[in-house]
Design a binder for this molecule. Structure first.
Ligand code: ZN
Length: 251
């Protein structure tokens, strides 16, 4: 216990002293809000067929895609709100101690918690995007139209609406990836939370930060692919670690 609080103190001191601090968040931050994980045992992809959510399927059968998407969305977004880890990151940003959150999560909870500099590597399922004109709008309103029988839902311009997330078979958005890489290169402290850091290309970000001399701090329940390279490797629930860290940074 003494050890652990010493670690939190020392990490907090590094964050306070750093010019650039970047957080990178994965599924562990969402599961703490009760959102089921996609991968692993009991993960959504054990219960849903990945092929149904492939971009090929969206193009070939958008009506069927949206019917299946409704079921998935109901599990993903029902009643989920930000948790103490989202709040702690938002508080660090608000007080000038965190430059950006780079996230693999698509639930939009960082923004809901008040984080403003959020780089969404896999998009955001609380929005939809028109595949023709690119206009983005609120997903829940569109899901309501789908429930009412509009399948597939379309934009005012006539284009198909697609969840604003990276589907299987799609590339990560280039602008977001470039911004994330640039943040990783600048980071004095790179805080990787709730991710096993095993899925590329995102896993390259903490490696980049460490290679460029940034302090790598990892908070995850299990050992990660980069645990050996980390100055801080905290095997714990993100909601147990981030609030005390933020508290010590902000004072
Ligand atoms: Zn449109």
């Amino acid at each position: 216990m003494t050890d652990e609080s010493g670690t939190v103190d020392s990490l907090a001191a590094e964050i306070r002293a750093a010019d650039t601090v970047v957080a990178f968040t994965g599924a562990g931050v969402s599961t703490a809000s009760g959102i089921p994980d996609f991968r692993g045992e009991g993960g959504l992809w054990n219960r849903y067929d990945m092929e149904d959510f492939h971009v090929r399927r969206f193009r070939a059968d958008p009506a069927g895609f949206w019917t299946d998407r409704l079921d998935l969305a109901e599990e993903l977004y029902a009643d989920a709100g930000p948790n103490a880890a989202h709040d702690a990151l938002a508080r660090l940003e608000r007080t000038g101690h965190l430059d950006a959150v780079v996230t693999q999560n698509v639930d939009g909870l960082h923004r809901a918690a008040g984080s403003e500099e959020v780089v969404e590597l896999h998009g955001n399922g609380s929005r939809v995007v028109c595949v023709d004109c690119g206009e983005r709008s609120d997903a829940e309103a569109v899901r309501e139209r789908v429930r009412g029988g509009e399948r597939p839902p379309t934009c005012d311009c006539g284009g198909l609406l697609k969840p604003d997330v990276v589907l299987f078979g799609e590339q990560l958005p280039e602008a977001a990836m470039l911004r994330a890489r640039s943040l990783a290169r600048e980071a004095d402290v790179f805080l990787a939370v709730g991710s096993s850091l095993s899925v590329e290309p995102a896993a390259g970000l903490p490696r980049t930060a460490a290679t460029r001399g940034g302090t790598l701090a990892i908070v995850n329940l299990d050992r990660t692919a980069l645990s050996e390279r980390a100055e801080y490797d905290l095997r714990a629930d993100v909601t147990d670690v981030l609030p005390p860290v933020a508290k010590r940074v902000v004072g």
